[in-house]
Design a protein around this ligand. Structure first.
Ligand SMILES: NC(=O)c1ccc[n+]([C@@H]2O[C@H](COP(=O)([O-])OP(=O)(O)OC[C@H]3O[C@@H](n4cnc5c(N)ncnc54)[C@H](OP(=O)(O)O)[C@@H]3O)[C@@H](O)[C@H]2O)c1
Length: 316
């Protein structure tokens, strides 16, 4: 495993992080059961992954609980990232709301610490911008919590450049967690250069485009889970169809290199300038074992050029 320092922190995170959204299960994903999920966490740890990302909303607390229970005895060896700012009244998707005001975050941190069975979170991230709350209030609250020792570092997720600029007026954020993968490259325009310039670590999410970059789906796939609801990413429209065509071409290169499509996609991502770590979701230990082989090699330049052409639509 390779490790990198996250932004202006002393967190040394594995280049591939464990994304614990999928193992949270309903209302977003189906899991393969608690034993399989817990085994995937243990397998990741045994193979050198030390960075685990979760959120209260993943399974309405279940992901945090499972992570806490499974990692309890290894707490000092792992870096746990969770989030705040997405609340719910009832355990259903339509009840979710963005809320990052002082009162809410002060409640949320204690709920997360309880579920994670720990007295500190290494990286506490604002999950989504809450346009109703001034950024100053959110950052001031996080700084207040940091002083108590309940959180070590502050990060944000899904923030624009303007929002990060505002954050930096009031305090230090060490990381941004954006969607970034071979198929979703919007951040390359402004966000990634801004993070590079300000030494803000980038924690990529949906590194496999929520499964599309494994190559196991095609134009005829009809998703029945959250991916059918146009929440984030592309799974139902013409963009999705163009994505699966690109993935088919990418798979030809991965086969030539003796890799899986997922391994190629993760490897490509962790070598993009500015990327600190790529979060990958898994459902079982076998997926961890496969994906970990994305680390420790480099795509030859010639294939990298072909990949660029495929992704930019110059070769289909
Ligand atoms: N901050 C945010 O707003 C935000 C948003 C989204 C995600 N995230 C974070 O990013 C993490 C990763 O993103 P993601 O969950 O969207 O998914 P992803 O990493 O893009 O894709 C993961 C899914 O692909 C499938 N998969 C993984 N390895 C595989 C393999 N070797 N063979 C076949 N299938 C494989 C698994 O689903 P199946 O087995 O069910 O196919 C897995 O759940 C999340 O867990 C979360 O921590 C953050």
């Amino acid at each position: 495993m390779e490790y990198r320092i996250l932004g202006k922190s002393d967190l040394r995170v594995s280049v591939m992080g464990y994304g614990a959204w999928g193992i949270g299960g309903a209302p977003f994903w189906e899991t393969e059961g608690e034993a399989s999920s817990a085994n995937s966490i243990e397998k990741a740890l045994s193979l050198g992954i030390n960075f685990f990302d979760t959120a209260p909303v993943y399974g309405f607390g279940y992901s945090e609980k499972l992570l806490g229970k499974t990692l309890r005895k290894k707490r000092k060896d792992v870096i746990i990232a969770t989030k705040c700012g997405l609340r719910w009244n009832r355990e259903e998707l339509k009840s979710l709301r963005k809320q990052a005001d002082r009162e809410s975050i002060l409640q949320e941190i204690d709920l997360s610490l309880g579920r994670l069975e720990t007295d500190y979170v290494d990286l506490y991230q604002v999950h989504w911008p809450d346009e109703k709350t001034p950024i100053k209030e959110t950052i001031d609250t996080l700084l207040e919590i940091q002083k108590t020792g309940k959180i070590r570092y502050i990060g944000v997720s899904n923030y624009s450049v303007e929002m990060m600029e505002e954050c930096l007026k009031y305090g230090q954020i060490v990381s941004l967690q954006p969607m970034y993968n071979m198929l979703e490259r919007d951040i390359e325009q402004e966000i990634l250069p801004y993070c590079l310039e300000h030494d803000i670590g980038i924690i990529c999410y949906s590194s496999l485009a929520s499964g599309v970059l494994t190559g196991k789906y095609d134009e005829n796939t009809r998703f029945t889970d959250w991916r059918s609801k146009d929440i984030i990413g592309h799974f139902t429209d013409d963009v999705y169809v163009s994505h699966v065509k690109k993935v088919r071409d990418i798979t030809k290169i991965s086969k030539k290199l003796g890799k899986t499509t997922a391994q190629l996609a993760i490897n490509w991502l962790i070598h993009r300038q500015g990327v600190t770590t790529a979060l990958v979701g898994v459902k079982n230990p076998e997926q961890v074992e496969q994906n970990i082989r994305a680390v420790g090699w480099k795509i030859p330049d010639e294939d990298l050029n072909t990949i660029t052409n495929i992704l930019e639509g110059r070769r289909m």
